[in-house]
Design a protein. Sequence first.
Length: 317
Amino acid sequence: MGKKNEMAVSVGNSQMSFWRRLYEQRYMMLLVLPGVVLLIVFYYFPLYGILLAFKDYNPGLGISGSPWAGLKYFREILTDVQFFKSLRNTFIFSFLNLAVGFPVPIIFALMINELFQAKLFKRVVQTISYLPHFLSWAFVASFLNTFLSDRGTLNPLLINFGIIDEPYGFLGNITSFVFVIVISTIWKSFGYSSIIYLAAMTSIPQEMYEAALIDGATRMQKIRYITLPSIRSTVVVLLILQISGMIHSNFEQFYLLQNPLVSEIGKVLDVYTYEVGMQKARFSYATAVGLFKSVVSFALLVIANTVSRRITGEGIY
C-alpha cells in the first residue's frame, strides 16, 4: 500500500508540475496556438477525406453515407496504363532533379562561402539568387511560354546569330521540354536551398580553417577536409527528404508548361490526379492515387534513412 501511495503522489506531483509549467508559459503557448490550429485544420482534419479512396463516393450522400468499395480503386490503379506512364514520368523528372539539381545549391553555397568575402557583395548575390523562389509558377510559366515561343526573344536571337535557320519549338519537343523543366526547377530553387547550407557553414569553427592555413592547406583541401565533412549531416538530411519526395512533382509547373505535343513525357502523377479527380469527377479514384503517393513517399523515406544510417551513420531519426 505504501508503494502505491508513493506512486500516486508522484503522479499527482508530475501532473501538477505540468499544469504549473503550462501556466507559467501561457504567453508562449498563446504564440504557438495559431500554428497548432492551422496544423489541425489544414493537415489533420482533411485526413478524414482518405475514406473516399475506400468508398464509391456520391456527392449527394456525402462521405459517410456513400457505400464502401473496399480496395476496388487500388486494384484499378494496378491495371491503369495511364497511371503507370504518369508514374514513370514523375520518377524521370525527380531523378533528373536529384542528380543534376541537388548538388547545385551545395556548390553555390561553397562558392559564396569561399569566393565572396565582402559582406555587402555577398548579401547582394544571395538576394539575387533566392529571389526566384518567391516568384509564382504562373508568372514563371507565362514568361517561359513567351520567351521560348516562335516569336519570343530566344528564337529571333538564335536566328540572327546563325545558330538556327528557323524557329525551334522548345516546349514542343520532348528533349528540349525536359531540359526546360529541369533548368527552370533548379533556377527557381537553388538560391533558396543554399541558405540552409550557408547556415551550416557559419557554424564551423574558424579555428579549424586557421589551423589548416598554418599547415599549408589549399582552398580546395579546406573544402574537402573541413567544410564538406562539417555539413555532412545537413546534406544527408536534405538528401533523404528529397528522395522521399521523388514521387511528388510541382503541379503548377507541369500543368502550365505542358502541351499536347509533349504530353507523353509531360503528364506527371500530380497532373494525372488532377485530370482524373477534377476534370472527370472521379474523386474516389483520385483519392486512391493520392493515398498511394503518400504510402510510396513514406516507404522511400524509410528506405533512404535506413541506407543512410548504414552507410554514413547519419539520418533524420
